[in-house]
Write a protein that binds this ligand. Structure first.
Ligand code: FE
Ligand code: MN
Length: 360
């Protein structure tokens, strides 16, 4: 069907079939390559919806006051164990946020072809920059030597192993990779699964739980608040990668066989094992209100939710959530008074509702 627009003495003929062809040519991978960033017509509506929700959640580290945290850090009220959790949190995430952002930009965003997917991935990478920046803000506020953080991800073996676990599914993929073979399609699917469900979806949650547990006891209110914002962002990232994974599988069903599904479950099993070892390093002694057993059980619980979310069998079905309060702390939208100023304005500016936090 053609539509003609006549403006003055000029006429323009637009062919609707062309738009439909463009829509049909959109694919997660191996779609039409075009220099135009043609978002419309949208094929992956979820990508645009999550993008809107991410924008509505925009925050900047400097919006969060750190005075109380600085006073506590300098006082003698804290145990060595509590300080160690903060150091491990800052040390691990300083490396991890950068690794995620790099993978989003240089692997996944380069390999997908539909513009609305590139749009949401660009925002995802930007949020990793905000997270990295928030850690820098924490380090400089508390006066921690930046070399200590650098040393942590080189010298603490449990951090090193978690990082190696993810970078090994990232290094072999680049823009030039031929994505028409089953093997390479599976490599990309594995990457999206490992980063979204194993790393951001599971391996981030040991420390999230510990830091928010301190926050609940009124320790490190500024750091806790930044981690709450980060956690809210991460739930969008997990959702982006979950949808991306599901659509990739849907469009390339030849890769979804029993062996591959088992391989993915095995990767999650390894992620869980690494995270439990890491939790033992974060909590060598059971401090007040913090027991490593609860956090390791939480990892089993959350890992199964991630597996089920992408259509895989759980590893330990029936494990209960030992930290029900964590979901409540996540639900920032309930706090009427917190959002004054900038953050509220961003939220009002968006007509779309936020993605629900129920994936915790
Ligand atoms: Fe992040
Ligand atoms: Mn993330």
């Amino acid at each position: 069907m053609e539509t003609t627009f006549t403006i003055g003495n000029k006429s323009f003929v637009l062919d609707e079939d062309k738009a439909e062809e463009a829509f049909a040519a959109k694919r997660v991978i191996n779609g039409r390559h075009t220099m135009a960033f043609n978002l419309l017509p949208l094929k992956y509506q979820w990508a645009y919806d999550i993008y809107r929700s991410m924008k509505a959640n925009h925050w900047e580290p400097e919006d969060v006051p750190m005075q109380k945290d600085i006073e506590q850090w300098q006082s003698d009220q804290l145990s060595e164990q509590e300080r160690w959790i903060i150091r491990m949190g800052i040390g691990y995430f300083s490396a991890a946020e950068g690794i995620v952002g790099d993978n989003v930009l240089h692997v996944v965003r380069e390999m997908v072809t539909a513009p609305e997917l590139k749009l949401v991935l660009g925002r995802h990478a930007h949020e990793e920059n905000i997270h990295a920046d928030s850690l820098l803000y924490m380090i400089s506020s508390l006066g921690i030597n930046p070399h200590e953080c650098e040393a942590m991800f080189e010298q603490i073996p449990t951090i090193l192993r978690k990082n190696e676990f993810v970078t090994k599914v990232s290094q072999s993929l680049r823009r030039e990779t031929d994505l028409t073979t089953v093997e390479n399609k599976q490599l990309l699917a594995k990457n999206i699964f490992v980063f979204g469900q194993c790393m951001e979806g599971t391996q981030f949650y040991g420390l999230f739980g510990m830091i928010l547990s301190l926050y609940r006891q009124n320790k490190f209110p500024g750091i806790g608040q930044m981690f709450r914002y980060t956690l809210r962002d991460e739930s969008n990232h997990i959702e982006v990668f979950r949808n991306l994974f599901m659509d990739l599988i849907e469009e390339n069903q030849e890769i979804w066989n029993a062996d591959f599904r088992e391989e993915l479950r095995e990767l999650m099993r390894e992620a869980v094992r690494l995270e439990k070892e890491f939790i033992e390093d974060c909590l060598p002694t059971n401090a007040v209100g913090l027991s490593s057993g609860e956090f390791t059980q939480y990892i089993d619980y959350i890992a199964d939710r991630r597996l089920v979310g992408v259509g895989l069998e759980p590893l330990n079905s029936g494990v209960e959530n030992p930290l029900p309060w964590l979901a409540e702390l996540m639900d920032i939208s309930k706090e009427q008074n917190f959002f004054e100023g900038r953050v509220t304005e961003y939220q009002k500016a968006s007509a779309l509702e936020a993605v629900s936090d129920d994936d915790l």
